[in-house]
Design a protein around this ligand. Structure first.
Ligand code: ZN
Length: 345
């Protein structure tokens, strides 16, 4: 159970298969995730003759059974005509293809989210691609964790994302989308996922932030083998600094995880500050050469368990990459292939 928070109207999330009405025509629901972060929030907006659903949960028979319960229950048997997806991660886009194929819904998302999801679901790997293994070694992955991973079948997007048919309706920066009886300005986030859509109601105080801005956890910002030199920390900071002027204290933020919350201006500033703080601690820590995997302590200030190791590692690479792109650290290859980063001067 999530502990009560003073800055949000709800202390507890909806029970499985149930919904909480967060505003007129807007329902908040939850689906389970099989990981440490054990849930994702999804929303349904009443369009009169049908629903628009925002985000869809990770693909599994279990989550689709819960969707069927939700559609028969809180959604009152009215059809889901449209599925809006904030970003391409499996916990958000996982059942979008099912809504398209089995319920005739229209998929609305950004072009990059669709391209990434469609590419990754088609890219089924029975054994680990050498590029991914090289990336893990470059990051200095713990050898015991590396060996255990290599012994298993690789994670495949298609394990957690329902097959996606052709066809999307593209949304982009500056578009206005009508859903749930409101007009929503679309502003594009980045850093957590490329071209991540957020929705800002023109008619009341609602903002659908997805995972760009979350209440009590910070969005994971990771680098992957797809683009080893990416600088998603810079992209996330740029997006949040661009979104900050849109925030108001009275807005109710509906995020992809944890509880809806008030105080968006404070939360965005706090998240930005936290990254600057982490980068400053990281730079101090790099007074001696270290791999990305040796940088958990200054970044997370807590012990990282086995279940979080992968996310922590990609986040550590993102932060050393950022310092590298800023020109504040140099790097050199260790004999085993790991990059060692060290503060300049
Ligand atoms: Zn998520």
């Amino acid at each position: 159970m999530t502990s009560p928070r003073p800055d949000g109207p709800w202390a507890e999330p909806p029970a499985q298969g149930e919904a909480i009405k967060v505003a007129e025509g807007v329902l908040w629901m939850r689906l389970p995730l099989p990981m440490k972060l054990d849930h994702v929030n999804v929303y349904a907006l009443d369009d009169g003759d049908g629903w628009t659903v925002v985000d869809t949960g990770m693909s599994s028979n279990k989550t689709r059974r819960i969707w069927e319960q939700l559609m028969a229950g809180p959604l009152g048997g009215k059809p889901v005509r449209r599925v809006v997806v904030t970003h391409h991660h499996p916990d958000h886009i996982g059942n979008a293809g099912w809504f398209q194929s089995e319920h005739g819904a229209e998929l609305v998302t950004t072009r990059t989210a669709w391209l990434f999801a469609r590419m990754l679901t088609l890219d089924v790997q029975e054994s680990w691609p050498e590029e991914t293994l090289a990336f893990y070694r470059s990051a200095g992955m713990d050898p015991a964790i590396y060996d255990a991973r290599v012994a298993e079948r690789p994670f495949n997007f298609s394990d957690t994302v329902y097959p996606m048919p052709l066809g999307l309706t593209r949304i982009k920066q500056g578009d206005v989308l009508r859903m749930g009886g409101r007009d929503w300005d679309i502003h594009i986030g980045n850093g957590h996922a490329p071209e991540h859509a957020t929705f800002w109601s023109r008619d009341d105080n609602l903002v659908i932030t997805g995972d760009q801005i979350l209440s009590s956890i910070s969005p994971n910002i990771g680098v992957y083998a797809t683009e080893p030199m990416a600088d998603p920390v810079a992209e996330w900071l740029e997006a949040c600094e661009r979104l900050a002027p849109l925030t108001r204290a009275d807005q109710l933020a509906l995020g992809g995880h944890k509880l809806p919350f008030l105080g968006l201006p404070h939360r965005v500033a706090q998240l930005i500050d936290n990254h600057h703080g982490a980068l400053a601690r990281l730079l101090d820590h790099l007074d001696e050469p270290r791999t990305a995997a040796e940088c958990f302590a200054p970044l997370f200030k807590r012990k990282i368990g086995g279940g979080e190791y992968g996310l922590a590692l990609v986040e550590a690479v993102a932060h050393v990459n950022h310092l590298y792109h800023l020109g504040q650290v140099d790097r050199s290859r260790r004999a085993d292939g790991a990059w060692l980063y060290q503060r300049k001067g």
